[in-house]
Design a protein around this ligand. Structure first.
Ligand code: DGY
Length: 321
């Protein structure tokens, strides 16, 4: 390995991250902060020993096949790695890492914001006040769905799912979950395990998705599953847009079967789904789950910790491949 490895940082990471990266590496930074295209990723792979991409840089099988052997490590600045074809990367011998743990609380905060905002008409309320249309009050004005004490179904009880459950306990929610495997009792902290997805859906006044996007979870929330939710349920997604069949979600909103949805992730990003825009009971954010200063520093440092370990000849803590 070179004494001072060269790394590519395609997006403008936090100042603290860039400062630390420049201290220990020769950094090539994309000052424009635009997503790295397939051709850029391939071209940079011949110039650097490592990269810190975000989920905006796509390592498809095609891209991976064209990577230069100089590239030794892809230290992702994200917990989700659905932008990387891990099977293809595994074959190349390139090490791949992610940044788990450090963004769980920030993402759970956004899930809480979306759940509360969707349940209590945040979009409509903001619009009415902002546009000077708040000219009356009545007992039936903007009546929403109460979160406190309601039943919450969590799909995917990993780090973010558990962080969200911890926050939901503060609202005295009755917590139920589905996960590939049952948690240890101390991690469940009273949450009810549903081995069967349908039985979870049937009791979920609020449903929040926290599983990774994989071929198995693609379009997890489809029309059949939406129909199983109680009438008036609220859906929250801070994981990945690929988990949701968006036309089915829209149909659920338009029929009134779903009271509301809170979405931080969309099938198409950036941009989102224009068909959602006319529905004020869909509270939308532009994929900002991990966007706090504290968390962005922590993600950058975690990616650098992984690079440091790798270039010191050790196994990076968050090695996936
Ligand atoms: C993640 O880390 O996966 C977040 O979605 C931001 O990329």
């Amino acid at each position: 390995m070179p004494d001072r490895p060269v790394i590519w940082i395609p997006r403008r990471l936090s100042d603290a991250t860039l400062e630390r990266a420049r201290r220990d590496y020769d950094v090539i930074l994309n000052e424009n902060d635009t997503p790295g295209s397939a051709d850029e990723i391939v071209a940079m792979s011949a110039k650097v020993d490592g990269m810190i991409p975000c989920h905006s840089e796509h390592f498809s099988a095609d891209v991976v096949a064209r990577l230069d052997p100089r590239l030794r490590i892809v230290a992702n600045h994200s917990v989700g790695v659905d932008h990387c074809d891990l099977a293809a990367l595994r074959k190349t011998g390139i090490v791949v890492t992610n940044t788990p743990d450090v963004l769980s609380d920030a993402t759970a905060e956004i899930a809480m914001l979306l759940m509360l905002g969707a349940a209590r008409h945040a979009v409509r309320g903001d619009r009415i006040v902002r546009q000077g249309q708040w000219d009356s009050w009545s007992p039936s004005f903007m009546v929403g769905k109460q979160v406190t004490g309601a039943r919450l179904g969590i799909v995917g009880m990993g780090r973010v799912g558990r962080a969200f459950a911890a926050k939901a306990r503060g609202f005295d929610m009755e917590i139920h979950y589905h996960n590939r495997s049952r948690l240890r009792p101390e991690d469940e902290a009273g949450a009810v395990f549903h081995e069967d997805v349908d039985s979870l859906l049937e009791i979920s006044d609020f449903l929040s998705l926290h599983c990774p996007a994989t071929p198995e979870t693609r379009q997890f929330l489809n029309a059949d599953r939406i129909a199983r939710l109680p009438r008036g349920a609220v859906v929250v997604n801070t994981a990945r847009g690929a988990l949701v069949d968006e036309p089915a979600l829209l149909a659920g909103i338009e029929s009134g079967h779903l009271a509301a949805a809170g979405l931080d992730c969309f099938a198409v990003e950036p941009g989102g789904n224009p068909a959602f825009a006319s529905h004020e009971n869909i509270f939308m954010l532009p994929h900002i789950g991990s966007a706090t200063r504290t968390t962005r520093d922590a993600m950058g440092f975690r990616a650098l910790d992984n690079l440091d370990a790798f270039f010191a000849g050790k196994d990076p803590h968050d090695r996936l491949v």
